[in-house]
Design a protein around this ligand. Structure first.
Ligand code: ATP
Ligand code: MG
Length: 390
């Protein structure tokens, strides 16, 4: 008898001709996610992916696989040659092991007969196995509507028995939907924004802006930590680290103080766009959400957006902060995000930022600066950091 992990993927199955491409990407991403645990080779059979557990650490494999985008659910199953007596034995074992974990009063046997050559029908098999459980284990009753446990029996080329489902995040395998450049600050929002777009199969590259020496090494380490956490889901990626202090100094000198934030935000977008175009990246991602702060009023968003032509994805745009925080906790970036290190935006942050900036005024202020030259200057100085799994 073998123990196997069965991985189901939903949406990929809908992709028609591209199905193979999506499946291969998913298998590659799963293989990569478990690569340091041994010579583990996931394989495909009948629109599911399998991993033979052998001597590997089952819980760790599950923990890794559930974070691979595209994975809808994971089951740990026993697999063996089809034989009704053996199926009965394994079902009894399965019920007992679930009863050892929690209080079980009701159960249901659910049979799926994929191999229609097998002489017994699904309902018949379920009924027989149900009777066997009732006969051998005291204190249980059948409940087909709302049972405490469901024991699944599958008759395929082999028999499979499993009773637990672990949910994945769904989505699409990273690398199947182009590339986007994530503006990653040290805050709560932008890692969540990157995670959400990554979940749709988009490969992430990141860009972070700092104001060294006004922002510290520790602030930079914090962002690298956040990026590493993202890479658990999104795989290895590159992060550009850009010092925008020269730009902030110029703005500080030549433009109204109240426009500091909005002008910096437009520079960030323009710098990101320049790099994206240069690296063949199709879109930008930000963690902006309507009304969250002065720089994210609808007027400010309009002015920020007008800085670039490239598509900008803002997956958090209509989300409440509490929901963003909950998601940050779920993906394990929250605790790092709330570490209190200074951010480049706080260094020069105005006492009274404009909340209703007018594009024409902002453009007038920008005209006082050598926008292209400044962008070239900071890009020439940027640092490239490779973000790999922790
Ligand atoms: P976050 O929690 O993501 O820091 P925020 O609520 O602090 O967001 P802002 O400071 O207005 O909001 O930034 C809005 C978005 O601009 C961020 O979500 C991020 O995408 C981008 N951004 C802001 N600061 C930086 C930075 N230092 N480096 C890279 N991107 C940044
Ligand atoms: Mg921020």
């Amino acid at each position: 008898m073998d123990k196997v992990i069965i991985i189901s993927y939903g949406e990929i199955a809908l992709k028609g001709q591209n199905k193979r491409f999506f499946e291969n990407k998913l298998i590659n991403n799963i293989r990569h996610a478990v690569s340091d645990l041994g010579e583990i080779e996931p394989y495909r059979e009948h629109s599911r992916i399998y991993i033979d557990i052998e001597d590997y650490n089952e819980n760790e494999i599950i923990n890794r696989v559930k974070k691979v985008f595209g994975v809808v659910s994971i089951r740990v199953a026993k697999r063996f040659s089809i034989d009704m007596d053996q199926i009965g034995k394994v079902v009894l074992e399965e019920v007992k092991s679930r009863m050892a974990e929690k209080d079980v009063k009701t159960f249901k046997i659910q049979t799926k007969r994929v191999d229609k050559k097998y002489p017994k029908k699904s309902m018949e098999i379920s009924r027989e196995l149900g009777a066997l459980v009732l006969l051998n284990i005291d204190g249980l009753t059948v409940d087909v509507h709302n049972p405490d446990i469901i024991i699944n029996v599958e008759i395929r080329n082999k028999a499979f028995v499993h009773s637990k489902r672990i949910d994945g995040y769904g989505g699409l395998p990273v690398g199947t939907n182009g590339k986007a450049l994530l503006l990653l600050s040290g805050g709560i929002d932008s890692p969540v924004a990157g995670w959400l777009v990554g979940k749709r199969g988009v490969a992430i590259t990141a860009i972070h802006f700092h104001s060294h020496p006004f922002t510290s090494e520790r602030a930079k380490e914090k962002v690298i930590d956040l990026a590493r956490n993202l890479s658990i889901y999104c795989g290895k990626f590159e992060m550009y680290s850009v010092n925008i202090l020269p730009i902030q100094k110029e703005i500080n000198e030549k433009c109204p103080e109240s426009e500091m934030t909005i002008l910096s935000r437009r520079f960030m977008m323009k710098i990101a766009e320049r790099i994206a175009l240069d690296k063949g990246i199709d879109a930008l991602i930000t963690g902006e959400s309507i009304g969250q702060v002065a720089s994210q009023t609808i007027h400010s968003l309009k002015v920020t957006n007008a800085a670039v032509d490239i598509p900008v994805f803002r997956p958090l745009i209509a989300m409440d902060k509490v929901d963003i925080i909950n998601l940050a906790k779920e993906i394990d970036t929250y605790e790092t995000s709330i570490l209190p290190y200074e951010d480049c935006c706080t260094v020069f942050s105005p006492k009274n930022p404009v909340t209703q900036p007018k594009l024409e005024n902002i453009l007038k202020s920008e005209n006082l600066l050598d926008v292209d030259g400044l962008i070239t200057e900071v890009i020439e100085d940027m640092e490239l950091i490779t973000i790999e799994l922790k």
